[in-house]
Design a protein around this ligand. Structure first.
Ligand code: GLN
Length: 496
């Protein structure tokens, strides 16, 4: 295989070549480096790269380990020892992590090579990556559109073959929604399945790290590596980790898939709706049974998510005070002036909006009316899912009501941006798992093809099941084989 073709591979394919000694980790890393240099000016997915360190790791790689020698891109909210960890915020502009997050330690133990940090919405607050204080990542399918967010750098890098696979984080949809908009696979694990130690905290009761990959099998491989108990994260579950690849290939006969009635209402783009209808037919032909279900409190999910997430953010982000981390205002008059100006200069508008909202809903007099009520709604949403999962094995929906939207279209209107999570954030409130995978294409008026993502939600700790169902769909369709024009141009010129 010519080096120029290597970046198009997924993790499992790359590893097979390593193990047959047809390609070395060094060659793969060099090919990736060339590819990144070629596409990065157009997509701007990375905030930092360290190929020198990665090459040293590649030289020592043991290809017999589960991810031996495989380079993995890491969202810039996850600590990798010695590398920058900026959360795309000015307040952490010069900060480097002093230790590995548990997920990164586990990846390294499995032989993987973290080589670069990907762009994101500042502190993971957003759904388009436009809230990055550094740059705007573009969607590889249409450079005038967003890649989704907040893990938009990871999604765009994987979609454009500028990464073999990546880690993101999902607080309300930030792995699944960019995966959908960029045409890749993204999995949000059950709350507590994966350690949060070493992630910069945004909303601690909601978020999980997880994989963004080219295939469902690759998502299972990455999850195998990062899941499991961690004595350094007390919210991490003690349950043992099954082999998530084990059920891939099992047939779907007897599987019951619920279609949540409340997700099929107004606001869904007609081409997204058509893709869902086709998926329903496809799942039926694969032997699954489709069942109508209700999640009656769906309409309150967005409101309760943004209250709870902002409340937690306001507490978590209090640590950025100019004393311990990153940016510090110059010539402070006194301590209060230091805090005030450091934070005014360091945080972007969306982060400030959430800190203000979060502080407000936690303040005495408003706590009961907003925060406590949002927590009660959260319980009702959890209950909705428990009742649905008593009838079905998993829930099927679009991941996003619309395909990738144009850069700038929603950035001035926070409420429009918040609505991007309408099908994803209830899963975080309930702590269950979810996966987004390619399920078709929409065509714009200009004739551009944009990926559509489908979402499967599963019970807590049922990642094996949603992976199995998504895999069966993926193997029976060709959507995941399609490549953005960035890549098509490359392959055709390489073939000449
Ligand atoms: N878009 C949601 C938000 O802005 C989700 C973000 C995330 O999952 N990190 O909070």
């Amino acid at each position: 295989m010519s080096p120029a073709d290597l970046p198009a591979l997924g993790l499992a394919e790359l590893q097979a070549l390593f193990r047959r000694r047809e390609v070395s980790p060094r060659e793969a890393l060099e090919a990736l480096h060339v590819r990144i240099a070629e596409v990065e000016p157009r997509i701007e997915a990375y905030l930092s790269l360290d190929f020198e360190d990665a090459l040293a790791q590649a030289e020592r790689a043991d290809v017999n380990l589960p991810l031996g020698g495989v380079p993995i891109a890491i969202k810039d909210i996850i600590s990798v020892a010695g590398q920058p960890c900026t959360c795309a915020s000015k307040i952490l502009r010069n900060y480097r992590a002093h230790y590995d997050a548990t997920v990164v330690g586990k990846l390294k133990a499995a032989g993987a090579i973290p080589f670069g940090k990907t762009n994101m919405d500042e502190f993971a607050m957003g759904a388009s990556t436009e809230n990055s204080s550094v740059k705007r990542t573009r969607n590889p399918w249409d450079l005038s559109r967003v890649p989704g967010g907040s893990s938009g750098g990871s999604a765009a890098a994987v979609a454009a073959d500028a990464a073999f696979g990546a880690l993101g984080t999902d607080t309300g949809g930030s792995i699944r929604q960019p995966a959908a908009l960029s045409g890749v696979v993204g999995l949000k694990p059950t709350y507590g399945r994966v350690s949060r130690f070493g992630l910069v905290a945004f909303a601690s009761s909601l978020e999980q790290a997880g994989p963004l990959t080219k295939t469902v099998r690759d998502a299972a491989l990455l999850l195998n590596a990062i899941a499991g108990p961690d004595p350094r994260d007390s919210t991490c579950l003690h349950d043992s980790v099954p082999d998530y690849s084990a059920n891939l290939g099992r047939e779907l006969r007897g599987i019951r898939l619920g279609l949540p009635r409340e997700y099929l209402t107004e606001g869904i783009d007609s081409q997204v709706r058509t893709a869902l209808d086709q998926a329903v037919a496809q799942f039926t032909s694969l032997g699954a049974e489709i069942v109508d279900v209700s999640l009656p409190h769906t309409e309150y999910a967005i409101a309760s998510y943004y209250l709870i997430a902002s409340a937690e953010a306001s507490a978590n982000l209090a640590r950025f005070d100019g004393v311990r981390y990153g940016h510090r205002a110059e010539n402070p008059l006194n301590l209060l002036d230091l805090y005030g100006r450091t934070r005014a200069e360091g945080f972007g508008p969306e982060v400030k909006r959430r800190i203000i909202l979060g502080t407000y809903v936690l303040s005495s007099g408003y706590y009961e009316a907003y925060y406590a009520r949002a927590q009660k709604v959260r319980t009702l949403i959890r209950r909705d899912f428990a009742e649905a999962f008593a009838k079905v094995d998993a829930l099927l929906s679009p991941t996003s009501p619309v395909p990738a939207f144009p850069l700038g279209e929603r950035s001035a209107d926070p409420l429009q941006m918040y609505l991007a999570d309408i099908f994803t954030n209830a899963a975080n409130l309930a702590g269950i798992c979810g996966i987004s995978f390619p399920g078709g294409f929409a065509t714009t008026q200009a004739g551009t093809r944009l990926p559509i993502g489908l979402q499967l939600l599963g019970k807590a700790l049922d990642e094996g099941q949603i992976l199995q169902i998504a895999y069966a769909y993926e193997q029976s369709t060709d959507w995941h084989k399609e490549r953005p024009p960035l890549r098509a141009q490359k392959t055709s010129s390489a073939n000449l």
